[in-house]
Write a protein that binds this ligand. Structure first.
Ligand code: SF4
Ligand code: SF4
Length: 447
């Protein structure tokens, strides 16, 4: 085993040593209930988790394996543990070990490589359709070449909705901070490799990305993506304390609210509902605090299922019906409560909900849209929302034509088909799929 794998192992052995087998973590697990595992068997399941952890190379008991496979990272278990054990971390590492014990590593490595390739291709195309080459090059520049005090680490997938990155850059700029921005698939957090139990490749990707962030010399790394945040917290920071401070950008902005508030300008009246996900640090509380300070903005509270997953999509995507019900209940609840806007916390939620505008009398914006505009900045077109709402595509196609040419990237018809599936097969609310597919097929034929 590598030194890194040894340290991961030590984390779960410590969790098993501290665990009293009370079963509270399993009792509150929403996805265990979703797949029909009985809360009354909590002590049995936890006993199986301890056995898997303490017997290196052993195979997981069937009930345990179903629990591990169902986990979508909600962190309800960690919050419920009276011993303060990070149970989500334990479950994440245990699932990796269980997969490793039950199938050849090559199978997982092939799955991970396929998932990574597909993601990188989609991200590259969507970013090239929406960003000027100068901005894209700045984001993709290697982390170790940066010199700024603060590094805003985007991860990969937010580049599908790059106006969010531009908003954050505007906000940090307004605060007159010495910052740089880094991301893209060459700085992947390695989530697919870890999820597929390809630990050697994870070490060459996610673990290395974390080390590269450190080599920039930044004293603070701001994360955006909830998955990167969770991975880096649980699989890197807890394994070896980094030299830099690590935290989600929303927490950093909430800590700097006074500086933001002093720069806010008058805003139109808005009644907003935040689409909330618990499970990633203090992001919900931070975003609520930030939005509550925006002039003329009223927060409308809505009962919602914020503890089911730490974000839309990703690990939660295996529960399509449940996600769909959450999205519909949110939009219908917002309309019934007289809200005019849904605010998304993360990019994957933004992709899921952006098309709600085609179905409900609501605007859908990210919290960074509101903050950047309140600072007199922002206003970056949300082309992804245009794709997803399925209305007239003229503006989105004209921008894509310009940016693709600027980036030296071409789309062909097969890429448009693949992007259409990516955009419209995700759980969420949307308008016409054909509007996007037809307009961008015409663009591909031009090329
Ligand atoms: S993180 Fe959430 S889904 Fe996963 S085991 Fe814990 S409670 Fe269950
Ligand atoms: S809640 Fe904590 S102490 Fe209780 S079984 Fe789960 S991990 Fe062990």
């Amino acid at each position: 085993m590598s030194a890194y794998a040894d340290r991961l192992e030590a984390l779960v052995v410590d969790a098993a040593d501290r665990c009293t087998a009370c079963g509270k973590c399993f009792e509150v697990c929403p996805t265990a209930r979703e797949i029909g595992l009985d809360a009354g068997e909590a002590k049995v399941r936890v006993g199986e988790l301890m056995a898997l952890t303490q017997n290196a190379g052993s195979e997981p008991a069937p009930g345990l394996f179903r629990w591990l496979n169902a986990c979508d990272g909600s962190a309800r278990c960690s919050d419920a543990c009276p011993e303060g054990i990070n149970v989500r971390q334990w479950v994440t590492i245990a699932k990796m070990k269980a997969l490793d014990a039950t199938r050849p590593r090559d199978v997982g490595a092939a799955n991970a490589a396929g998932r990574f390739r597909h993601m990188a291709q989609a991200v590259r195309l969507l970013a090239s359709m929406q960003l000027p080459s100068e901005t894209l090059s700045r984001i993709l520049e290697p982390a170790e070449r940066r010199t700024a005090e603060i590094l805003f680490y985007t991860g990969c997938n937010v580049l599908r909705t790059p106006h969010i990155v531009l908003n954050v850059m505007d906000i940090l700029d307004t605060l007159q901070l010495d910052f740089d921005v880094v991301g893209g698939a060459s700085h992947c957090c390695g989530v697919y490799q870890f999820q597929e139990a390809d630990l050697p490749t994870y070490e060459r990707m996610g673990h290395r990305t974390f080390e590269r962030l450190g080599r920039s010399g930044a004293s603070k790394v701001l994360t955006w993506c909830p998955t990167c945040t969770k991975n880096f917290d649980e699989l890197e920071k807890d394994v070896e304390e980094p030299f830099f401070d690590l935290g989600h950008v929303s927490e950093f902005l909430a800590a700097n609210l006074d500086g933001l508030r002093a720069r806010f300008i008058d805003q139109p009246p808005r009644r907003v509902v935040i689409h909330e996900h618990l499970g990633i640090g203090a992001t919900v509380a931070s975003i609520r605090k930030l939005l509550a300070a925006v002039p003329n903005l009223e927060l409308v509270d809505l009962p919602q299922d914020s503890g089911f997953s730490y974000a839309c999509g990703g690990l939660a995507a295996k529960f399509k019906d449940r996600e769909q019900a959450i999205h519909r209940a949110l939009a219908e609840g917002a309309v019934a409560a007289g809200a005019d806007t849904i605010v998304t916390m993360y990019h994957s939620c933004h992709r899921a909900l952006a098309g709600a505008e085609a179905v409900y009398p609501l605007r859908v914006v990210n919290f960074t849209d509101i903050l950047a505009e309140a600072l007199g900045r922002g206003g970056h077109p949300d082309y992804y929302r245009l794709y997803k709402a399925g209305g007239a595509m003229d503006e989105a196609v004209a921008a894509a034509r310009r940016f693709l040419s600027d980036n030296g990237v071409r789309v062909d018809e097969a890429s448009v088909q693949s992007l259409t599936a990516d955009i419209f097969d995700e759980t969420g609310l949307s308008g016409s799929r054909d509007a996007f597919a037809q307009a961008f097929t015409v663009l591909a034929r031009e090329a």
